[in-house]
Design a protein around this ligand. Structure first.
Ligand code: SF4
Length: 215
């Protein structure tokens, strides 16, 4: 079983294409759900930025005490400031393009932060890409970067999301949104050239995992 806990929308970045809309989850809701999971199940903590949530360390301790596998979806900025990294099995990091494209979509210097996290952490990784008008023409280059990373890091899969106009991103539909056809063409290019498993996601709300969130 996989449960994704969306702890809230709080984040230390302000990407224009952000689709996050959730309110903060109560601690009791997270703990109750963790206690219903079985050894070997995967507990995923996402946001917003999950490392901003002060109870995350406690949630991870509970998860590990129950034999769960754990994963965080982080932008990577705070990874070197937390003391519970050993409780995390899988780290999901964002990669939206080569450095100048990624930094233009997110923040100056962020590409290097992500690359540093790949370099320094001994973890299993997954990668997410938000595909938009800003980066779709660089899909080849994104594949090359990920294939190179996969030569030396354990990358389990790559999820490519089609930008959907919601949350902060709802104000920037025209700037970011691509057509379904363009999305599928880019996915075909990525699948033909990638050495790792790809999931193409047009509607994050339709994923087959149990998502614990507060809207
Ligand atoms: S896209 Fe991710 S890193 Fe960017 S503001 Fe939203 S939650 Fe934060």
């Amino acid at each position: 079983m996989i449960k994704v806990f969306i702890l809230g929308s709080k984040c230390n970045m302000s990407c224009k294409f952000c689709m996050s809309v959730e309110r903060d989850l109560e601690k009791e809701v997270v703990v109750d759900n963790l206690l219903k999971m079985n050894p070997g199940d995967l507990a995923v903590f996402a946001g917003g930025e999950p490392l901003l949530y002060p109870n995350l360390g406690d949630f991870l301790k509970i998860a590990k005490s129950r034999g769960l596998r754990t994963k965080i979806h982080t932008n990577g900025v705070l990874l070197n400031r937390v003391n519970f990294l050993d409780l995390i099995d899988i780290v999901n990091l964002p990669l939206d393009g080569p450095k100048f494209v990624h930094d233009a979509m997110r923040a100056n210097g962020h590409f290097d932060i992500v690359m540093d996290a790949f370099k320094k952490l001994s973890k299993q990784f997954t990668i997410t890409t938000a595909l938009t008008k800003k980066n779709i023409e660089y899909i080849d280059e994104i594949v090359k970067i990920i294939n190179k990373l996969a030569e030396r890091r354990n990358i389990l899969n790559w999820k490519i999301f089609k930008f959907k106009s919601k949350g902060r991103g709802s104000k920037y539909k025209d700037e970011f949104e691509i057509s379904d056809e363009d999305f599928l063409s880019a996915i075909n290019v990525a699948k033909a050239k990638s050495n790792i498993k790809i999931y193409a996601i047009t509607d994050p709300d339709a994923m087959k995992t149990e998502v614990i969130r507060k809207l």
